[in-house]
Write a protein that binds this ligand. Structure first.
Ligand SMILES: [Zn+2]
Ligand SMILES: [Zn+2]
Length: 497
């Protein structure tokens, strides 16, 4: 997959499936591939995923780019320092019909959080593809890099056409943009340095995303400089007269991702909270633009599992490899949650996912033939591609004695909102909560809370476990009724393991 990613970026960078390639296209190991790429353009980016099976990730992907970087998405982290070591390079320009691109000779690098990547090329979009708090910039430059393992990292630079004078670092590039499609056009006697385009302050946002053009391949490290650079209105026109009509993909759902703020800037008040939501009227969640999937989605969770309609498939078994971890609890106002440190995983139908956390709902969100259980635990996992899988566990408050496996957790639930509260000297193992019989129902669904992001693999254990009525009351005394109603199954099928 990594090798495929490299090939795709090379194709995307050098040829991008140009459909009117002239006969003087230079020989290149990847050069024949452009003739097989299905034509795409910016008239209907939402339709890219339907143009060609090879572009399916454009609609099925869950970590797509670009995104709207909002304060409420960002977490102040320690992403490290970004330093560039870009050398001067002969000016070689490509117009591939989708963007205008500066090709780079080998030997220039960027270091992000201690990881070194080599610069391949940089190119431009207008307007910017990424937005900050909903606002686009006039342009955005993308510096595309790859490391020795073939992993991709893009440096994004916002550009505003607000200067009275030309930006000298860009003039030799903008003055020579090819007006028609051409690959690797050499401009004799001119050298440029990509470093001349960058702002002095290299504080940045980081998140995991994708190529912003078909095939929309994921696992791309995105690093967006916060400080824009300026060009003149005349320079902006030099670009837009050639690439007219806009070459920016619309922003994509952030989903379960977080944008990491490198810590140079403290987020200001007013950007700190996602739109409020609660369980008073879940049917209205989708009225918030950021939560539109809650009402527009077609594969939403939870559902009522009608056993007569399930199909007996060839699903592999579930095996959980959960380790003992220090007990760390969160009350986020919507649920009570056990945080999990890295290193625990589950295998579902042959696919491995890391356990992130598990949390509880009262009553159960999913139901079986209309049966509602007292509680449901959700074990939330993510795989290396960023795909989510949830293991659902039904819980009934019907045992006479306490369930000792739940005691350390239920005895220590925080009664007020708090994030990552450590409980001294206690460890927990999520595996202790699970029933012996791990037969399950599988279906595709969504997060059951805003933003209701889809493409979540749901796997609901058939066998409930029991806690005491007193334990059930420990939860409901803090939180009750934190469940979303069941959603239409639509054209989905539930597979029976
Ligand atoms: Zn780009
Ligand atoms: Zn849940």
């Amino acid at each position: 997959m990594k090798q495929l990613s490299i090939l795709m970026i090379v194709i995307a960078g050098l040829f991008v499936f140009g459909c009117n390639k002239s006969s003087d296209t230079p020989a290149d190991p990847t050069g024949d591939t452009h003739t097989t790429g299905t034509h795409w353009d910016y008239t209907d980016p939402a339709g890219w995923g339907d143009l060609d099976h090879a572009y399916a990730t454009c609609k099925d992907g869950v970590e797509q780019s670009p995104v709207d970087i909002r304060g409420f998405y960002t977490a102040t982290g320690v992403e490290g320092v970004l330093t560039t070591s870009y050398l001067a390079t002969p000016l070689v320009l490509t117009n591939n019909g989708h963007t205008l691109q500066v090709e780079y000779e080998a030997g220039s690098t960027i270091t992000i959080n201690g990881q070194s990547y080599e610069l391949l090329q940089f190119h431009f979009h207008s307007p910017s593809e990424h937005k900050v708090d909903g606002a686009p910039y006039d342009m955005e430059a993308h510096f595309v890099h790859k490391d020795a393992s073939g992993d991709l990292a893009v440096l994004g630079v916002f550009i505003n056409a607000d200067a009275t004078a030309d930006n000298a670092g860009l003039s030799s590039i903008f003055d020579n943009f090819p007006a028609t499609e051409v690959s690797h056009q050499h401009v004799t006697g001119v050298e440029i340095n990509g470093g001349d385009i960058l702002p002095v302050d290299k504080s940045f946002f980081h998140y995991e995303g994708s190529l912003t053009t078909p095939p929309c391949t994921e696992a791309v490290s995105w690093n967006i400089l916060k400080t824009p650079v300026s060009i003149s209105a005349a320079q902006l026109a030099q670009f837009t007269t050639i690439v007219h009509g806009g070459n920016a993909r619309p922003t994509q759902p952030i989903g379960a991702r977080t944008v990491v703020n490198d810590g140079f800037t403290v987020e200001t008040a007013g950007h700190s909270a996602a739109p409020h939501w609660d369980y008073t009227n879940p049917a209205l969640w989708g009225d918030e633009t950021a939560y539109a999937t809650c009402s527009n989605g077609v594969e939403q969770s939870p559902i009522d599992i009608v056993t007569a309609n399930t199909t007996t498939g060839t699903l592999g078994d579930i095996s959980a490899d959960y380790h003992d971890v220090p007990l760390v609890l969160t009350n986020n106002g919507h649920t009570l949650q056990v945080e999990y440190e890295a290193g625990s995983s589950i295998t579902i139908n042959g696919q491995s996912y890391d356990l992130l956390q598990f949390h509880f709902h009262n009553q159960s969100e999913n139901t079986v033939d209309g049966t509602v259980y007292d509680m449901e635990a959700h074990f939330v996992h993510k795989n290396a591609d960023g795909e989510l899988a949830v293991l659902g566990l039904f819980i009934n408050g019907d045992s006479t004695g306490d369930n000792a496996n739940f005691t350390p957790i239920f005895d220590n639930f925080p009664t007020t909102e708090v994030s990552h509260q450590s409980v001294a000297n206690l460890t927990v193992n999520g595996g202790d909560l699970l029933p012996v019989d791990k037969s399950y129902f599988h279906f595709d669904g969504s997060l059951t809370t805003p933003p209701c992001t889809e493409a979540v693999s749901w796997n609901v254990l058939k066998t409930p476990v029991s806690v005491s009525a007193a334990q059930l009351a420990q939860f409901t005394a803090i939180m009750s009724g934190n469940k979303r109603p069941v959603q239409p199954i639509g054209s989905r099928t539930v597979t029976n393991n």
